[in-house]
Design a protein around this ligand. Structure first.
Ligand code: GLP
Length: 242
């Protein structure tokens, strides 16, 4: 695992976007793993800019998102489908056929997880997976004590995750869906390259625990130590406890 520190949030977003853009330029048919959350908003804004001003071409890419809330329709304004549409998909040359998120409305959520992993395999596996870090150390929605070899599946969200993500739900953690579908930690680790982008003082302690502490199912991000091509990008605030 390599760690690179950026002076501020803007440079962090710029570097993350530049690495993703370089991946697309080097391999136009890249399979990209995408993440949601506030940290990624500035990353997607820069990719949109690169598309409009530097002809960054997504036309041969395929994308797979990490997760989606259970029970939210793709058209729900609080869904990750909507987030991705608003922040990236509608602004670049990606069609609906090229982009994938787990279907939170699937009747059988376990079968949906199996289907999602199979789709990733059929696409040839993920070339570059973007990740954010949850304040409890999760990647995707792989909450504390989930198996580090888990596959894509339905999960119960931890109370702190519902608290952290309450912003889109009128600030009320009880309104955040209790369950979600997530790519498994094992699935994530199969990506050929991984970039974990971490920003802000609220992530400083957990980033320190993930980077300097033991590999533990208590923090699924710690499993990234097992990956042979994982880059951690952090701004000064997030790196303040290292
Ligand atoms: C959610 C997502 C994670 C993401 C995390 C970080 O929990 N499921 O995949 O990494 O948010 O979010 P933020 O960037 O808003 O701190």
């Amino acid at each position: 695992m390599k760690v690179f520190l950026c002076p501020n949030r803007e440079k962090l977003a710029a570097l993350t976007a530049a690495l993703l853009a370089a991946q697309i330029r080097t391999k136009p048919e890249s399979v990209l793993g995408l993440a949601t959350g506030r940290t990624m908003e500035a990353v997607y804004a820069r990719l949109v800019l690169a598309h409009t001003t530097q002809q960054l071409d997504f036309s041969r890419c395929t994308t797979f998102n990490l997760d989606e809330y259970a029970g939210l329709a793709p058209t729900d304004p609080r869904s990750y489908h909507t987030y991705m549409h608003q922040h990236l998909f509608q602004h670049v040359n990606l069609t609906a056929e090229q982009t994938h998120l787990p279907n939170g409305m699937a009747e059988d959520l376990s079968a949906e997880g199996v289907r999602y992993d199979a789709l990733i395999q059929q696409a040839g596996g993920i070339d570059l997976q973007l990740l954010g870090l949850g304040e409890n150390g999760h990647i995707g929605f792989n909450e504390p004590l989930a198996s580090l070899s888990s596959r894509s599946r339905p999960v119960v969200l931890a109370p702190e995750t519902r608290q952290q993500n309450a912003g889109l739900f009128d600030g009320n953690p009880d309104s955040v869906p209790p369950r979600a579908l997530t790519m498994g930690t094992g699935t994530i680790l199969e990506s050929r390259r991984i970039i974990l982008t971490v920003s802000g003082t609220s992530k400083a302690r957990i980033l320190q625990a993930v980077l300097e502490g033991p590999v533990t199912a208590q923090k699924s991000a710690s499993a990234l130590h097992f990956h042979n091509n994982c880059l951690v990008l952090a701004d000064q605030e997030a790196a303040s406890c290292l």
